[in-house]
Design a protein around this ligand. Structure first.
Ligand SMILES: [Zn+2]
Length: 461
């Protein structure tokens, strides 16, 4: 993300667990937890299963604001489950089925709790199908801004970081649980739909009774907060960059964006592949829309920009996230600097390689900061400080430049693609990064990372 400038998960109450006859002899079937213990979002995500695939069938009418949808979620039980939760807010749940059989459900806060007709055995695959409808409402967090299903003048755009996905589909909303996605989106004829990934049948739009329907697919694993659908009036451009399709779109009212978005996205994708290794997804792109949220978001494979995009560095930032944040995701939100520090550093490096100031010059300028700037913890900025410009973005990028100075250019430019490669399509922690940097450099780097990430003081050079 880039702006223009609780208590632990409630433990499941041990109640009566009804065992199926077969299960009575095996290990007990117990409820999946209502959270995954993320330090900042303890209720986000749920325990006891892993999602493999989300198939979202969405029908949206901007005139009435009504979304009518069916989510079909394929998952694997990671323990014997008597029931399990999904994150889901607002909207009306009409029907829930597990493996084709009607299931019981109840709702409390952001938790949708589902009890299947039978217990779900550890290691077994299951499919949950949820029919729902209503007028989606975005999350309006006083500290983190507006996310979720956001109504626009001509449609809607869904943006999920960090916990807005639950406003438009039932989800295991934790960055640890990546899955593939397919969308079938129906909208009134005349509107265009974009999403993550690629259209399944390029150019094929089914039209029926004034509604058109298109399919999009994200075939690489994706954290739910990166799921995106954009509905509205768009001008779409298609090309190729770094060997993959480049699909960009802009709302025609954003005239200044015009060809700039398409060209710069291609340029940034190719530049990134040079420094960070192979581009991790099967397409690239970008969408400029009037969303009025005041930030751009690196939605997987196709970032969304709010308003006219004329700033190359903003595009470089969001494209750099495709490697750092999207493909290599944070295991918990505490490690958000692995996303934002790296994407900000990519901006510095882009400037350095395009006749701008060197990353060291940018670093030196910031290092002159006095006072409150140093009273920050990059490696644990707190829930409300996740997107703190100075702590997470600037000091995060400075951490990487301090590392580059310490281990030298050769090792540093080996480390960036090695990091992207080692945790490709997965998640990682700050510890994993320190370990890899130490392995490649042969140096003890704990003192450097401790000073830059975990101490609220100005690190010595
Ligand atoms: Zn960002």
């Amino acid at each position: 993300m880039l702006r223009r400038r609780t208590p632990l998960a409630a433990l499941a109450v041990a109640g009566l667990t009804l065992l199926t006859p077969a299960a009575a002899h095996a290990e007990a079937y117990t409820p999946g937890s209502a959270g995954l213990g993320d330090p900042y979002f303890p209720h986000a995500g749920n325990g006891g299963y892993d999602v493999d695939h989300y198939d979202l069938n969405l029908r949206f009418n901007p005139k009435t604001d009504v979304l009518k949808a069916t989510a079909t979620i394929a998952a694997t039980a990671t323990k014997n489950l008597s029931r399990f939760n999904l994150d889901f807010s607002g909207l009306n749940v009409r029907k829930v089925e597990v493996d084709g059989k009607k299931a019981k459900f109840r709702r409390k806060g952001q938790e949708l709790t589902i009890t299947a007709a039978h217990g779900l055995a550890e290691g077994g695959k299951f499919t949950v199908k949820i029919e729902y409808d209503g007028k989606p409402k975005p999350v309006n967090d006083p500290e983190l801004g507006v996310t979720g299903w956001i109504h626009t003048k001509d449609g809607a755009t869904a943006l999920g970081e960090p916990d807005g996905a639950r406003t438009w589909f039932p989800v295991n909303d934790n960055p640890k649980d990546k899955a593939t996605f397919a969308y079938t989106v129906s909208v009134p004829v005349g509107l265009t739909v974009l999403a993550n990934g690629e259209p399944r049948n390029v150019g094929i739009v089914r039209v029926r009774n004034g509604w058109s329907s298109v399919k999009w697919e994200m075939r690489e694993p994706m954290a739910p907060y990166l799921a995106m659908v954009a509905i509205g009036k768009f001008k779409v451009s298609q090309g190729v960059a770094a060997g993959v399709p480049n699909i960009t779109a802009y709302d025609p009212v954003l005239a200044k964006t015009s060809k700039h978005l398409h060209k710069t996205t291609a340029k940034a994708t190719e530049w990134g592949a040079k420094y960070f290794g192979p581009y991790p997804f099967s397409s690239t792109g970008g969408i400029a829309d009037k969303v009025d949220v005041g930030y751009a978001l690196e939605t997987q494979g196709r970032p969304v920009y709010d308003g006219d995009v004329t700033d190359d560095l903003l595009i470089v930032h969001e494209i750099a996230h495709q490697w750092f944040g999207n493909s290599v995701g944070p295991q918990t939100w505490k490690d958000i600097w692995l996303n934002e520090g790296f994407a900000t550093y990519a901006e510095w490096l882009y400037e350095e390689t395009h006749n701008g100031p060197t990353a060291q010059q940018t670093f030196a300028k910031l290092y002159k900061n006095k006072g409150a700037f140093w009273n920050l913890k990059t490696g644990n900025p707190g829930r409300n400080g996740m997107f703190d410009w100075e702590a997470v973005y600037q000091r995060g990028a400075m951490t990487l430049q301090a590392l580059r100075q310490k281990i030298g250019d050769d090792t540093f430019f080996e480390l960036l693609p090695a990091w992207a490669e080692k945790h490709r399509h997965s998640t990682a922690t700050t510890r994993n990064f320190i370990d890899l940097a130490e392995e490649l450099s042969g140096q003890d780097l704990d003192p450097l990372f401790n000073a830059w990430l975990y101490k609220a003081a100005k690190p010595k050079l």
